[in-house]
Design a protein around this ligand. Sequence first.
Ligand code: SF4
Ligand code: FE
Length: 483
Amino acid sequence: MALMTGEQFIESIRKMNMQIYMFGEKVENPVDNPILRPSLNSVRATYDLAQMPEYEDLMTVKSSITGEKINRFCHIHQSTEDLIKKVKMQRLLGQKTASCFQRCVGMDAFNAEFSTTYEIDKAHGTKYHENFVNYMRFVQENDMTVDGAMTDPKGDRALSPSKQADPDLYLRVVERRPDGVVVRGAKAHQTGICNSQEVIVMPTIALSPEDKDYAISFAVPVDAEGILMIIGRQSCDTRKLEGSQLDVGNSQYGGVEALVVFNDVFVPNDRIFLNGETEFAGMLVERFAGYHRQSYGGCKVGVGDVLIGAAALAADYNGAQKASHVKDKLIEMTHLNETLYSSGIACSAEGSKTESGNYIIDLLLANVCKQNVTRFPYEIARLAEDIAGGLMVTAPSEKDLKDPVVGPYVEKYLKGVNAVSVENRLRILRLIENLTLGTAAVGYRTESMHGAGSPQAQRIMIARQGNINGKKELAKAIAQITE
Ligand code: SF4
Ligand code: FE
């Protein structure tokens, strides 16, 4: 089914037999778990919006593989226009969910694998591209959500994978069989893995020949034998168990990350996209990271739109909306947010065709985009907290608001402008709290820092792509220096 409904997606996840652990217990029914459900709803939004005529142009596209109309999250980008629409789609989803909607990692892995497998085959006469295109057909025909798994635990950062005290600290091949390979290791911070049907695994760094067993890329179902997920805690996560929508801030949507263990998982030959060609690990990493750094110029901007709106409402509800410093702070937040969007659009518009035929972003601009994302959301969050005021972190609970004894005092003394209910004032403050300090802060703040690579990873790429020597030549020409 080329386009699934949100409900069909939820039911497809319900049928999976995933091994999920949280708070030291196995989660038998992740779909209806109150802590996990909001994150599933966020992925569901990627299906629901694709069914809506007003978003058809952004959310759907004609497949280059099947010729069918598919969800853009499953698309192999065919033009710079596709790259731009990808960023616009992500901004839209950020606006609608105010959280990480998780499905982008798969989309970014698809496009990195598509071009890299083509180039490996050209160099080695392997069949990885054919494997991958067949896999993409399966993904597109079934409108799947696929996790893109890159980050290994990495152990001692000063040592290469094969030199670690524990060789499993980077995921590796532990057995080679005629029909496939057996892998062992883990992937950390896996966004949306428990809301995916499949996972594409990639190496996490450029590798040298001695690390041959670590040069492995493949796809397997997330409920394959030997895969186990340990859900990461988020700040304020157990508020979702208290039954108050108000106190959660964003009770409908959320993100999720997990540590995923691959305990001797079998991978059949036709699901392998890299196996021992160490010199191509770096290309795969660089391209996946590049696409995902572009992604942040969309998703974080959409969430930023919600945060700016929430800050403006908090000012309205306080009667502070006309204060010039408040207006100026909202201008600054908008300026920063649109600057992120500008680099997301720029790296897309400056994209180019790869040898395989799909389109890749401009890597320098994509890294600049993500480097900005490691900074600007922090400043946007700081300004939102400034406008919100201290009540954002000192407000009593919904239970107090509704309590017959203390409720009337909460109503009386937490009143802002007379026309706005205290409940609505608290709702907007809880949303700002959720985005800056609560469960969504994972996606908006710390993920802005470390997701798609920590700041230093972008600086290495900026150094590599920045062409300082070319700039020296420009300066010499102007200064009329001849050597
Ligand atoms: Fe998508 Fe952004 Fe989440 Fe990455 S962080 S999966 S780009 S929403
Ligand atoms: Fe991310």
